[in-house]
Design a binder for this molecule. Structure first.
Ligand SMILES: [Zn+2]
Ligand SMILES: [Zn+2]
Length: 336
């Protein structure tokens, strides 16, 4: 098969690889669309990936082979795939917080441990496959994973109908958070985004107010009930704290340097009693809800999934995506 492999020089190239075989309890999925995620851009830039690694974790496709002991899944099933299968038995899984499953480092696809979906085929645990309704396009299928991230961020907060909410940064995750908020009935959302292209998409996805400067978020509806920090810069957690009301919440969806401290001014934080919620991925249940929500039109796929490119155009897409006015989202079509 053709796969996009990370090279020792830090770029990606299409290489020939043996087709994966499904182990017991596993299936092989023929990948039809796989989105390029912000974390993929970070992985590339970090130089932490081993040479030869195949990444890609936002994908949908068709089951091409099943391993021993797989029940309820057949060749030909159209599926969106949760890219880190959960064990169901560890402590976080038993507590209903399986986004924190201790087994995920072993099962995660496309993060450097196991090969991911920037390839014609990928092997995955059968339990991680979610059926796509017939009406769901493969582009929508590839947006389920990032939508689930936005949905989980919303669920980490107490935001609901009537809340005033701010979002810092309208990259893909900020936009997914916006879409999930709108679907949960939150009408008053102000988005701060500097890129005109992204600001336009935020307006189309239902932001009531879009402005360029995050320091002005609270000019829209007053100090906000919840601020979602989706820009992932060192300065933005403090900006979120400044713009949220006393007793409000900040949800940290973006993270700056993975090993850098998050800095907040202590007194403003304490006297405002602001709850900070970090968030990681999504529960398996939320992923299932995301399938239904995206199938029901929660995302404007025309805005978010219209840029589909072949595998050999991937390295150039990675370069474009880090430009300030680059494309909002690019999906790869590994099957050509
Ligand atoms: Zn992602
Ligand atoms: Zn677990």
């Amino acid at each position: 098969m053709r796969a996009l492999a990370y090279g020792a020089d830090g770029s990606f190239a299409v290489v020939d690889r043996p087709d994966p075989e499904p182990g017991p309890g596993m299936v092989v999925v023929a990948v039809e669309r796989c989105g390029i995620c912000g974390s993929d851009l970070h992985l590339k830039a970090s130089r932490l990936l081993p040479a030869g690694a195949v990444i890609g974790h936002e994908f949908a496709g068709t089951i091409a082979a099943t391993g021993d002991g797989v029940a309820g899944r057949r060749v030909g099933d159209r599926v969106a795939v949760l890219p880190m299968a959960r064990c169901g038995t560890c402590d976080p899984c038993r507590r209903g917080t399986d986004q924190l499953c201790l087994d995920q480092a072993r099962t995660a696809l496309g993060l450097g441990f196991n090969d991911g979906a920037f390839a014609e085929y990928v092997a995955t645990d059968a339990s991680a496959c979610f059926s796509m309704p017939d009406t769901m396009t493969v582009e929508q299928g590839a947006l389920v994973e990032p939508y689930a991230v936005g949905l989980h961020a919303v669920r980490r907060s107490r935001a609901g109908a009537g809340s005033t909410v701010g979002i810092i940064g309208a990259g893909p995750i900020g936009l997914m958070t916006l879409a999930a908020l709108r679907r949960e009935g939150v009408d008053h959302v102000v988005v701060a985004e500097r890129s005109d292209r992204r600001a336009e998409v935020a307006a189309r996805l239902g932001a009531e107010v879009v402005l360029g400067d995050a320091n002005r978020l609270s000019t829209a509806f007053g100090p906000l009930d919840v601020v979602f920090e989706c820009a992932g810069t060192a300065a933005t957690p403090q900006v979120a704290l400044n713009e949220v009301r006393s007793g409000g919440e900040v949800v940290l969806v973006g993270v700056a340097g993975p090993m850098d401290p998050i800095s907040l001014l202590g007194i403003p934080w304490v006297v405002k009693e602001v709850d900070f919620h970090p968030c990681f991925a999504y529960t398996t249940e939320e992923f299932g809800e995301a399938v239904d929500a995206v199938a029901a039109g929660a995302l404007d796929a025309a805005s978010l999934a219209s840029d589909v490119r072949p595998l050999d155009a991937a390295d150039a897409a990675f370069t474009e995506l880090v430009q300030p006015d680059g494309p909002v989202k690019v999906l790869l079509a590994p099957g050509g």
